[in-house]
Ligand binder design. Structure first.
Ligand code: NAD
Length: 257
């Protein structure tokens, strides 16, 4: 288990032990990486610190992705402590609860702005700061988390689907920008998993049941399966892959009627 030995990784998006980003942090740590974990707001700090304490070589820092001052401080800290960065996992997403229940046409201007800023623009904001630190190490790998609602309509996913479409397009543009510096940018499109973010989507359990009934594997995926795919993309096995959206959804995306 040494695919990430002596690598330094930033993981944004841990809220609790159910977070996909937490499963990725555990897997990356098991592969030998040193990690920086962030928390969004004081309410989540204790959770993240408690989880981080269970892994070796982890630093915990604040990062609300809507706050450029916090983002700058985060990367200055990484530069000072580690002198560079090898990989980054982006698992931040948010939409107003009412926008994940009402008809999509009711989405407010503010709700649209918030969802797109937190869930899509944040990848651009973080990648811009990560790029020079990665270039200093001769390259790097960035993975974000997306959902099939970017491409197809899922009841109540609404503005988050639009944000995921922007996120996936951002992956391709960032991959094109940064490829010449040896920096790869990819997304994992995970099947539905019961997490804090998922609990905001009304009727989420019926989406889970549809996957159990219809996905080729006749089940949903768990966070450890998404983490395994993330390690593949972050580590040497993924070195030829960039600008890709990798489906980790028990095959659901392939199904028609
Ligand atoms: P989660 O609630 O554990 O993670 C979402 C994270 O976003 C939290 O850690 C939260 O603190 C963070 N966040 C929200 N606003 C933020 C802000 N302003 N600044 C910084 N961080 C902020 O849920 P999760 O399901 O693990 O979500 C992780 C990612 O996976 C999200 O992008 C989500 O859309 C995506 N995803 C989830 C599923 C699913 O079914 N759970 C499926 C596909 C993709």
């Amino acid at each position: 288990m040494t695919q990430l030995t002596s690598k330094v990784g930033l993981i944004v998006g841990v809220a609790n032990k159910r977070s996909i980003a937490w499963a990725i942090a555990q897997a990356a740590s098991a592969e030998g990486a040193s990690l920086i974990l962030t928390y969004a707001g004081e309410r989540l700090e204790e959770n993240v610190r408690e989880l981080a304490a269970t892994l070796p070589n982890v630093t915990v820092l604040p990062c609300d992705v809507t706050d450029d001052v916090q983002i700058d401080a985060l990367f200055e800290n990484i530069q000072t402590q580690h002198g560079g960065l090898d990989f980054m996992v982006h698992g931040a997403a948010y939409a107003l609860r009412e926008d994940l229940a009402a008809p999509f046409s009711q989405t407010s201007r503010e709700g649209f702005r918030i969802a797109l800023e937190v869930s899509a623009y944040s990848l651009v904001a973080l990648t811009r700061r990560a790029a020079p630190l990665m270039a200093a190490r001769g390259g790097g790998s960035i993975v974000t988390l997306t959902y099939l609602g970017s491409d197809r309509v899922f009841t109540n996913y609404n503005v988050m689907g639009v944000a995921k479409a922007a996120l996936e397009a951002s992956v391709r543009y960032l991959a094109s920008d940064l490829g010449p510096q040896g920096i790869r940018v990819n997304a994992i499109s995970a099947g539905p998993i019961k997490t804090l973010a998922a609990s905001g989507v009304s009727g989420f359990s019926s989406i889970l049941q549809t996957y159990r009934d219809r996905a080729p594997l006749r089940r949903t995926v768990d966070t450890s399966e998404v983490a395994a795919a993330a390690i593949f993309l972050l580590g040497p096995a993924g070195r030829g892959i960039t600008a890709e959206v990798l489906m980790v959804d028990a095959g659901f995306h392939a199904m028609g009627v």
